[in-house]
Design a binder for this molecule. Sequence first.
Ligand SMILES: [Zn+2]
Length: 346
Amino acid sequence: MKAAVLHNYDSDLRKKELLVYEDIDSPPEPGIGEVIVKIKAAGVCRTDLHIITGRDLGIPLAKLPFVLGHENAGEVYSIGEGVNNFIKGDKVLCYPFLTSGISTEERYGIDSHTLNRKTPGINVNGGFCELTKFSERSLIKVDQKASLTELAPLGDAGITAYGAVRKLMGFIRPQDRVLVIGIGGVGHLGIQLLLRLTPGEIIAVDPREEARNLANSLGITECYESLDQLDHFKALNGNGFRAVLDFFGESDIPNQAVGLLNNQGRYLAIGTGGEVRVSTAELVAREISIIGSFVGNFTDLVEVTNLTVRGDLISKVSTYPLNEVNRVLHDLRDGKILGRAVLVPN
Ligand SMILES: [Zn+2]
């Protein structure tokens, strides 16, 4: 089968061929409880770029070479022994963690923090190919008429946005302001979930005009080009933000963002690459919280899927054939993708 394979890291993402589009062996017959999915759509995430740079993401990666792609949707191609809930041809959306369900964390539904979890596209072969192995437990059956290209990004972008917004439900009050940094593949879903699930006023920042226009079209009226334009929100006087969702997380943005929090505010890091530096004196005196937010739970995926299928969450995607993966990765690197790019096997 055809696949886009990572053979070598490239720390500055300058190589023309970041992934090699080539023939590899199809996965072996599915074992007990396993399902082979014929991939119809695979979202391209900024994490894919981070993986290609070889930088430390704080999570274990597969040994090279391997197939990227952790936002997958497709059709059931074959099922292993003991699989009862799916038949060949079912349309499915893939939860990114393959787990047994037995550990304490999994019993609480927190598969994202199970130590022995397998994540296609991260520590085992993913969905930038034609056939990928999942477990029955990791799949959501969707309507045969559902758009798999719109649903695929929910497998990471959707639940990451939801997982972050969930941490603020009940915390944001009607007169509070919430700042969203980055209106990209995850952020454009985050602003919509904030609008639907929290009562505050939402303000968004993105340097790209087309991303701000997208936010406007999704109901965010106040958008800025950079954090430097937010000085009029004087955080220490209580006119700042109850929460900041940082979908970017790089360079000095996190520190600037923490400075915009009201006392008792919460900074949520969702994007990665930068650092937060805050003195314990400030942490104590202002009672601010610095919170990391990593992906989400299976039930989060069910919820964002339902919201999307009924039209309450718009998953903005552009589709590309799988063999154009390198063009997509370069466009993502250069900030040229609006919403999410989704690869479709040729
Ligand atoms: Zn991702």
